[in-house]
Design a protein around this ligand. Structure first.
Ligand code: GZL
Length: 316
């Protein structure tokens, strides 16, 4: 064997054990809360993926409060984690704490929801969904259905997500951008149901009590609020999915079960299973590899007609 080959083999043999003992990454993760089936699946995906990747995960549940997320990020900075990842409950109010992370030399990854900051260098990358497109998909499904009754005016009520959150702002934006092409489709009432079943039911009850205009369609920014609204519609003696057409977003198991029961008409998928991609991204960011500034995931639309067939395939 040549001297050169022997030297190379020796070097590789020496390097391997060192690589095997590279210190594991510590990630500080601040989660919005546990407000919906989507969020539960998202948290499970993140925890499982961290474990599989050998990443030490410090996980903090903010119970949908921004001040708890800011506290968690400051705690991660004090603990000198290698990387911070978080799903910001609302878009604004992050500049100060993100500047503190930058000053501490800790890279920040946004996952699921985005932020509005003056300096985009305050975070390395965003991985999540295109919420505007999700809103457009919901409206396109309604346009196609409305085309079957071209002269009918359709009164729409809207259950918005958390006020100030990226999904609520962008889903509304995408939905309105498309329905404005058909003046027969009008949003007559719109209010936040905070992405929860309980609040979604409560707000839908208030919509149903206002009898000045007939409600033809409900657009809910997530399945949990739609499922809460379904209960309110039934308690009002109406048939959800028939008397009131219901469109929602997320694609959680509960939505497929509601569609199978004929109570929900369509759900637009919003993929919560971001864990594996997030952990790979974290390792690349810590290794200072170049990464895209915005990484979005592919998502489908599931009308009730396919619910029974699709349900066994659902992973969340
Ligand atoms: C969307 C996510 C939203 C879901 C809701 O990516 O932020 O928050 O649509 C969840 O179910 O509460």
């Amino acid at each position: 064997m040549s001297t050169r080959r022997r030297t190379l083999l020796t070097a590789a043999a020496l390097w391997l054990p060192v690589a095997a003992f590279a210190a594991p990454i510590t990630m500080g993760f601040s989660q919005v809360g546990a407000e919906s089936e989507w969020r539960t699946a998202n948290s499970a995906s993140i925890k499982a993926a961290a474990k599989a990747a050998g990443i030490t995960l410090k996980f903090a549940d903010a119970q949908q409060k921004q001040e708890n997320q800011v506290k968690a990020l400051r705690s991660f900075i004090a603990q000198k984690v290698d990387v911070i990842a978080f799903s910001p409950v609302v878009e604004s109010g992050w500049d100060t704490v993100l500047k503190e992370a930058k000053a501490a030399g800790i890279p920040v990854i946004l996952t699921d929801r985005a932020v509005k900051v003056a300096d985009p260098s305050l975070y390395v990358t965003f991985i999540g969904s295109d919420f505007v497109e999700e809103g457009r998909k919901a409206a396109r499904w309604l346009l196609e259905r409305a085309a079957k009754t071209p002269n009918a005016t359709l009164n729409i009520v809207e259950l918005q997500g958390t006020v100030g959150s990226a999904p609520a702002i962008d889903r509304k934006k995408g939905f309105e951008e498309v329905i404005k092409t058909n003046p027969k489709l009008q949003i007559i009432r719109s209010q936040s149901g905070e992405f929860t079943r309980a609040k979604g039911k409560e707000v839908m009850e208030s919509f149903l009590k206002q009898r000045d205009k007939k409600i033809d369609v409900l657009f809910a920014h997530n399945d949990d609020m739609a499922i809460g609204a379904i209960q309110a519609i039934e308690e009002a003696g109406l048939k959800p999915g028939q008397d009131i057409v219901i469109i929602s977003i997320d694609g959680v198991r509960g939505a497929f079960e509601a569609m199978k029961a004929g109570k929900l008409n369509v759900t637009v998928e919003c993929n919560p299973l971001l864990g594996p991609q997030l952990m790979q991204l974290a390792q690349d960011v810590v290794a200072k590899k170049p990464v895209e500034k915005r990484i979005t995931v592919e998502e489908g639309v599931f009308p009730a007609e396919v619910a029974a067939k699709e349900l066994p395939n659902r992973k969340y």
